[in-house]
Every structure is written in structure tokens, then in C-alpha cells.
Ligand binder design. Structure first.
Ligand SMILES: [Mn+2]
Length: 338
């Protein structure tokens, strides 16, 4: 199926109505989110999965990763029993719903299945979104896909219990950086209030998401910080700070890839740079590049040029070139965008 250009702005009411119609008439619903899922991707998926299972729908959920494992920090999310290995996922679902993926590519191994689904409802908030579904519930103004997931559950007339709220809350705190990013609006706090009112435990969720790591994380963080480079601004007003973590660094301490996701939040702290970058070598030897900006520059555009995407202040791309070459390409685009 060819991607349709998406509507700008919030989701039109008729699209919500159509989604409700499709879901209400389906017996089985297949849910998926982007590979290397974060709290928003998996939280939104499991929240909707739990809500649908509660009213008797057959629900399967997955993400299209070889050697399918749920990142340790997301294993506290309720609804894990809905998850199946991508190999056990329906080959051509009657109704598939994709969460937090801006392109079909980001569904990994399940992109093929998405192309074969009779109906594909896409729920997302990325500004770089391509609208690859037969129905696209996309709002780039939403702080998290979880905001749209909550709306979907509400429009289906389904209750949000403590487990569902825990999943949605994980999405909300992940994508707002614990209510610190510019996406943190009064609506976001109102939603958090509704979710907390179900009895969920914000302290426990925060600890699971942000404050737990194996000891090896500290060693690998140490390596990343030893290598960190500051490139002061050179007339373009853009200081750049960057570092990298190799597959061997992680292997030395038995650290899975997803454990190094948070290092960017340490690197981006420096006052001396507007843009922070970390290159993380994954288990296949590709470099997953995460970038952060303090606002002066739209990184989603820069990363889109390199085949990735994301948000203005937080974006990424994948590189199959060595570190220095990857940084040279990024640097050149950055200077041009400044
Ligand atoms: Mn998201």
C-alpha cells in the first residue's frame, strides 16, 4: 500500500469514528509498535491490548525484532502476556494497529505483515510521519502516542483500570522526559492526574524506567564519558558534544543494547553544547545514532536526510559507516541547517 499524505493537526472526528467502527467489528486485533520499543511504544500497545482483551477481543501484540526480547526496563508493564514472538504473529491480520512508528520500516520484521493487513490503523505523534495506514490517527501535537491511545480507549467506551493506566503513564513520562520537555502541557498533567487517580504508583514506575541499571552500566557509561568530545561553536553558534559506545564495550560487561539508551541524557547535560549525539553500536554492528538539541535546530530534518527521523529536539538515524564518517556526514548537515 502507498503512504498517504497525512492531515496536519489533530485527528478529525470522522477518523476516530472509523477506528471505533473497525475495532468494534473485529474479532481479532493484532497490535504492534516500533522496534527497540520505548515506554511510549510498548506502553501504548499494551494499554490498548489490555482494554480490548477486557471486552473479549482476541489480542496479539508484538514488535518486529529478531531474537524478540522485551527490554528489561519495560518488563514491569502489565499485559506482557499479550506479547508473542513476531514469528507467531498473524501473517495477514484482519485488523492491525501500529503504535508510535512514523514509517512502516520502523515495524521491522512486522512491516511485511502491515502491508498484508486488511485494515491498518496507525496511531502516532511523530512530525515526520508518513501516514502508512489505511487509517491514520496521527497528531504531531500530541506529547506521546499514549495520549492518542487513551483517546482511542475512551472513544471505544472502555474503562481505564490501574494496569492500563500504568501502561499509558509509562508512555507519558517517557516522551515528556518526566514532565520536563516542552511537550509538557496542562493537558499532559491533566491526563497524568486521571491516570494516577486509578491507583497506579508513580514512584515505582519512575524507578523502573529511570533509576535501575546493572552494575556494568556504570562501567560502560564511564567508557562513553572518557571518549566524549566537545566541539565548541565555530561561528555558527552550534556547540556539539558527542561520544560513542561499541558492541565490544557492552559485551565486556554483558550489557544488552537497550541499557545504553539513557546515556544521551547524561551527555546532553553540558551547557557548552546545543547539540548532543551518541552513536551506539547494536548487536548487528550498525550504529544507532541518537541526537538531542536544545531547540535552536530541527534535528528531525537533519536525521530524516540521513534516513532517520523523530522530533525537533530528539531524533535519530541508523548508520552503517564508521564513527568518524557518520559524524562527518551529520556535522555537515548540522552546519547547513544552523
Ligand atoms: Mn512516542
Amino acid at each position: 500500500m502507498t503512504p498517504q499524505p497525512r492531515d496536519e493537526g489533530p485527528v478529525p472526528g470522522r477518523d476516530w469514528d472509523r477506528a471505533v467502527e473497525l475495532i468494534s467489528s473485529a474479532e481479532e486485533v493484532a497490535l504492534a509498535c516500533h522496534i527497540s520499543p520505548d515506554g511510549d511504544a510498548l506502553g501504548s500497545t499494551l494499554a490498548v491490548g489490555l482494554a480490548l482483551r477486557a471486552v473479549g477481543k482476541r489480542v496479539v501484540a508484538s514488535f518486529g525484532e529478531r531474537g524478540f526480547t522485551v527490554p528489561r526496563l519495560l518488563r514491569f508493564l502489565p499485559g506482557q502476556e499479550l506479547l508473542v514472538d513476531p514469528d507467531d504473529y498473524p501473517a495477514a491480520p484482519e485488523l492491525m494497529i501500529s503504535f508510535d512508528a512514523p514509517t512502516a520500516d520502523r515495524l521491522g520484521e512486522l512491516a511485511r505483515v502491515a502491508g498484508k493487513a486488511r485494515e491498518l490503523v496507525v496511531v502516532d505523534h511523530h512530525p515526520s510521519h508518513l501516514g502508512f495506514g489505511t487509517l491514520n490517527l496521527v497528531d504531531p501535537g500530541a506529547a506521546a502516542t499514549a495520549v492518542l491511545a487513551e483517546e482511542l480507549i475512551r472513544r471505544l467506551g472502555l474503562p481505564v483500570d490501574r494496569d492500563i493506566a500504568t501502561c499509558l503513564y509509562a508512555g507519558l513520562v517517557t516522551d515528556t522526559g518526566s514532565f520536563r520537555h516542552s511537550s509538557t502541557t496542562s493537558e499532559v498533567h491533566a491526563m497524568a492526574g486521571r491516570l494516577i487517580a486509578t491507583g497506579l504508583n508513580p514512584e515505582e514506575i519512575a524507578r523502573e524506567l529511570w533509576d535501575r541499571s546493572p552494575f556494568g552500566y556504570l562501567r560502560v557509561l564511564g567508557l562513553a564519558l572518557e571518549r566524549v568530545v566537545l566541539e565548541p561553536e565555530t561561528g555558527d553558534g552550534l556547540g556539539l558534544v558527542w561520544t560513542y559506545v561499541t558492541r565490544d564495550d557492552r559485551a565486556a560487561y554483558g550489557l544488552p543494547y537497550h541499557e545504553v539508551e539513557g546515556i544521551i541524557d547524561v551527555v546532553r547535560r553540558t551547557d557548552d553544547a546545543d547539540v548532543a549525539v551518541i552513536l551506539k553500536e547494536d548487536d548487528e554492528g550498525a550504529w544507532q545514532v541518537s541526537t538531542r538539541s536544545k531547540g535552536g535546530i530541527d534535528l528531525s530534518r537533519v536525521c530524516a536526510t540521513l534516513g532517520g527521523g523523530g522530533h525537533a529536539k530528539a531524533a535519530g538515524f541508523t548508520s552503517h559507516q564508521p564513527v568518524e564518517q557518520t559524524m562527518a556526514a551529520f556535522r555537515a548537515l548540522l552546519r547547513r541547517a544552523a
